[in-house]
Design a protein around this ligand. Structure first.
Ligand code: HEC
Ligand code: HEC
Length: 214
């Protein structure tokens, strides 16, 4: 248990170093009221309240402001290069303050409870086990250690670890395969790539079924 705690602390510190390096560790916070207006374009795909109804567009409701800002900047700089459509959308945000405001607006929204696609009960059970315990045989570390109980994250101060519980199943599958196969590589210290590479395609399906059911 002690080692695990130490590991998480290391990751958290590492996370904040990455933030500092990107230049948005401190500074002004986003204004959700201003963000609501600025999010009009985003709402077209991600939903007015951040609960998109299409699996390829991730839910942004309740996602951490700072995580949203990081992804927008990563798309702009080409660090996250796994989707041209979203890269084009990120390019329309001229000012970091706008990204913060939009992020603050979506962080303040409640994530919808119901998945948009039915889940497979057997896969949900298997996925829950992987989420909690990982897979000791293949060296997969339990997702809960970084993504928090039910995948709802740890806290907005530890925004390096995103909220993933309640996210669309197909979106999660795509991200895990993008990490695994090298199309997405914007994760600090290769944290997600290392894990995704150890997951079988079947385990990816299972954990995605579980996460989308939350
Ligand atoms: C035309 C549709 C479309 C619009 C409009 C759009 N996005 Fe996206 N967005 C996407 C898609 C598709 C993805 C998923 C990319 C992938 O497959 O990895 C995405 C992903 C994201 C992510 C990453 C979420 C995560 O969990 O990692 C963020 C943040 C985001 N969009 C923010 C925005 C913001 C802010 C705006 C408004 C300026 C916006 N998007 C407008 C299509 C859109
Ligand atoms: C050692 C910590 C750690 C563990 C363990 C971990 N993750 Fe992650 N995960 C991260 C980090 C950090 C990111 C954010 C990457 C970035 O900044 O773009 C992430 C991002 C993700 C994303 C993309 C979210 C989005 O919308 O952009 C998914 C999906 C995900 N993880 C699923 C999992 C699953 C499933 C497991 C367990 C099999 C897992 N993670 C275990 C650290 C971890």
């Amino acid at each position: 248990m002690k080692t695990k705690k130490a590991l998480i602390t290391v990751f958290a510190v590492l996370g904040s170093t990455v933030w500092a390096a990107n230049g948005f560790a401190a500074g002004t916070k986003g204004d959700p009221a201003a963000g609501k207006d600025k999010a009009a374009l985003c709402a077209g795909c991600h939903g007015d309240d951040g609960n998109s109804m299409v699996a390829e567009f991730p839910r942004l409701a309740s996602q951490y402001e700072q995580y949203i800002v990081k992804q927008v900047l990563d798309f702009q700089k080409g660090h996250r290069a796994n989707n041209d459509t979203m890269a084009g959308m990120a390019a329309t945000i001229a000012d970091v303050q706008d990204a913060k405001d939009i992020g603050a607006y979506f962080q303040g929204q409640k994530m919808a409870k119901e998945p948009i696609a039915p889940v497979d009960k057997k896969l949900v059970d298997q996925g829950k086990k992987i989420f909690q315990e990982g897979n000791p045989k293949t060296g997969v570390y339990g997702c809960v250690n970084c993504h928090g109980q039910n995948g709802k994250g740890k806290s907005p101060d530890v925004s390096v670890f995103p909220v993933i519980g309640g996210q669309h199943k197909d979106y999660i599958v795509k991200q895990l395969k993008d990490f695994k196969e090298g199309r997405r590589s914007n994760d600090p210290a290769n944290m997600m790539t290392d894990i995704a590479k150890k997951l079988s395609d079947q385990e990816v399906e299972a954990v995605a079924n579980y996460l989308s059911s939350l």
